[in-house]
Design a protein around this ligand. Structure first.
Ligand SMILES: C[S@@+](CC[C@H](N)C(=O)[O-])C[C@H]1O[C@@H](n2cnc3c(N)ncnc32)[C@H](O)[C@@H]1O
Length: 266
């Protein structure tokens, strides 16, 4: 079916789409455990993703990241870390105020502190109190706020770079989150590590993450672009992030991208 749809497109469009959705050769795709995913159909609850706020999730997530952070400290950046560093570099901002929404335990502060081409003033925001406790235990002095991505506690145009930190995929109200990101940003919004589909419609999956039920949205690329455009955002770069090919689950390849968006309309 996918092949038939693709064949109906002009050759140049086929080539461009293939290039966009091809994983770069350096990316290592982990084997997808198909059985842990359930495709949700019909009614989808609005915001059931509270597993992130469970007391044990923060510690489990940080433990899972420990070896990846250790490699980063030895100079080997995982693809998502490299994508974030590159995204911030592309804004060409000097000493920007960066707010990371969905910061978890705030390891991206360390990533940017070590590898960014400019000093950044970092503020982490998360709706998980335990996440922020872990952030403070790991990074004493880090500035954090408890808050929700769909109702950000910032004034209009008060942030240089708003980073949505691998978060859009977990927000059933993602359109509202994009709107809020644009509202508080002076110029740049980075939507980090967004999983994308090319053909199938935006699809919600259920799986367990860190021992808690979690929803994941895999976005139809065209639909997501329309959400950005409707919110006055123009995509200036789409950077390859972590490999995440759900073809065995969804029947078509998926990738993740980190979008660097500029506010062009208010
Ligand atoms: C997958 S982790 C991302 C951690 C880190 N930013 C990264 O890029 O690796 C998603 C984070 O978003 C937080 N989160 C989920 N829903 C949220 C919401 N509505 N508002 C704020 N934070 C949220 C979770 O608590 C979790 O720490």
């Amino acid at each position: 079916m996918r092949a038939m749809l693709k064949a109906a497109l002009p050759v140049r469009t086929q080539q461009l789409l293939s290039r966009w959705f091809r994983q770069p050769a350096c990316h290592k795709q982990l084997k997808i455990p198909v059985e842990v995913y359930e495709i949700l159909k019909g009614h989808i609850p609005r915001e059931p993703n509270h597993g992130w706020q469970a007391p044990e999730t923060a510690g489990r997530q940080l433990a899972a990241f420990a070896p990846i952070l250790q490699q980063m400290r030895e100079g080997k950046l995982r693809e998502d870390f490299a994508a974030l560093v590159e995204a911030v570099r592309l804004t060409r901002m000097d000493n920007p105020l960066v707010v990371e929404v969905g910061c978890g335990s705030a390891w991206n502060r360390e990533v940017l502190g070590r590898f960014s081409n400019t000093a950044v003033r970092y503020v982490g925001l998360d709706y998980g109190v335990e996440m922020l406790k872990t952030a403070h235990a790991t990074y004493p002095g880090v500035v954090t706020l408890v808050g929700d991505a769909t109702d950000l506690p910032f004034r209009n145009e008060s942030v240089d770079i708003l980073v949505s930190g691998t978060l859009l995929m977990h927000l059933m109200s993602y359109q509202r989150a994009v709107e809020e990101s644009r509202r508080v940003s002076r110029r740049w919004c980075i939507f980090h590590t967004v999983p994308l589909l090319q053909t199938r419609e935006t699809t919600v999956l259920r799986k367990d993450a860190y021992g808690q039920p979690t929803l994941e949205i895999i976005f139809n690329n065209a639909e997501l672009q329309a959400v950005f455009t409707a919110n006055g955002l123009r995509v200036r770069a789409a950077i390859d992030s972590l490999p995440y090919d759900l073809e065995p689950v969804l029947g078509e390849p998926t990738v993740t991208k980190t979008f660097v968006c500029e506010v062009v309309e208010r």
